[in-house]
Design a protein around this ligand. Structure first.
Ligand code: OAD
Length: 247
């Protein structure tokens, strides 16, 4: 690991353009459970999707059929996120952004912890848990309403209010997606952190970077469908590996 870590450090230090993709694993050590597989660090040992079915909670159809159930599940997740703080992994990515001429942080996470840590150039591919949107018009309405119970109504059109995340079956925000693929295709080094790399279209980003000639570094305690293709795989927890990689 030390030799790989040194090589990865040198790659990042020499890069003018870096794209970083993060997933639930980077927030695990803050105490937020991942979705799949083991959560390394923090209080949770199994992913959310081993306790809950995504089709019951994370689709527009589920919200239309059972708004209260879905709203309350998100209220629980909002409460969890509000209670925790960014960890050493998030902080290391802030330092990386500060010292790199062009650094784009693409995240699948909806917890807002990168921004709270101080990262500035963040693309939130799957939206943000801590804002509300109108279910009919999609407009962002403001900071999240954490109250459990039935969802409130949009003041303009009367439709139910929904959490500002992207659900299964929904399109990702086009501007964010274009910016993410642009950053992946233009970077010298692509750093993938704490993602199982199975959910599209985010899962294609590191392959787009590889096809464009970038070096790809992966930080994950487990192997993923990307691992066999990467330039350097660093097996470990983000809160441990990232500070050593960037510090
Ligand atoms: P997953 O839960 O699928 O994967 C989390 C990854 O983090 C796994 O590969 C773990 O091995 C790794 N991991 C666990 N602890 C870690 C640690 N301390 N440091 C580094 N890595 C660690 O999460 P995502 O890949 O983010 O989408 O999932 C992608 C999307 O699927 C999510 O954005 C969400 C989910 O369903 C939607 O809800 C639309």
């Amino acid at each position: 690991m030390d030799e790989s870590l040194d090589r990865a450090r040198a790659l990042l230090l020499g890069a003018k353009r870096i794209a970083v993709l993060t997933g639930a694993g980077i927030s695990a050590e803050s105490g937020i459970p991942t979705f799949r597989g083991a959560t390394i660090g923090g209080d949770h040992t199994a992913g959310l999707w081993s306790h809950f079915r995504p089709e019951d909670l994370a689709t527009p159809e589920a919200f239309a059929a059972n708004p209260k159930t879905v709203w309350e599940w998100y209220a629980w997740r909002r409460e969890l996120v509000a209670k925790v703080a960014p960890n050493a992994g998030h902080a290391a990515l802030v330092a990386l952004e500060k010292r790199t001429p062009h650094c784009t942080l693409i995240t699948q996470n909806v917890d807002g912890l990168h921004a709270r840590a101080g990262s500035r150039n963040v693309i939130e591919l799957h939206g943000n848990l801590m804002v509300d949107r109108c279910f009919a018009e999609g407009r962002v309405l403001g900071p999240a309403d954490e109250l459990p119970g039935t969802p409130p109504r949009c003041a303009r059109c009367g439709a139910p209010v929904r959490p500002g995340v992207v659900w299964f079956g929904e399109a990702l925000p086009q501007k964010a997606l274009d910016a993410a693929f642009g950053a992946a295709q233009r970077c010298d080094v692509f750093l993938s952190v704490g993602t199982s790399n199975v959910v599209e279209p985010a899962a294609s980003l590191p392959f787009a970077a590889l096809d464009a000639g970038a070096a790809v570094i992966e930080v994950n305690p487990a192997r993923t469908p990307l691992s066999a293709r990467v330039t350097i795989a660093l097996a470990g927890a983000a809160g441990d590996v990232l500070p050593r990689l960037v510090g």
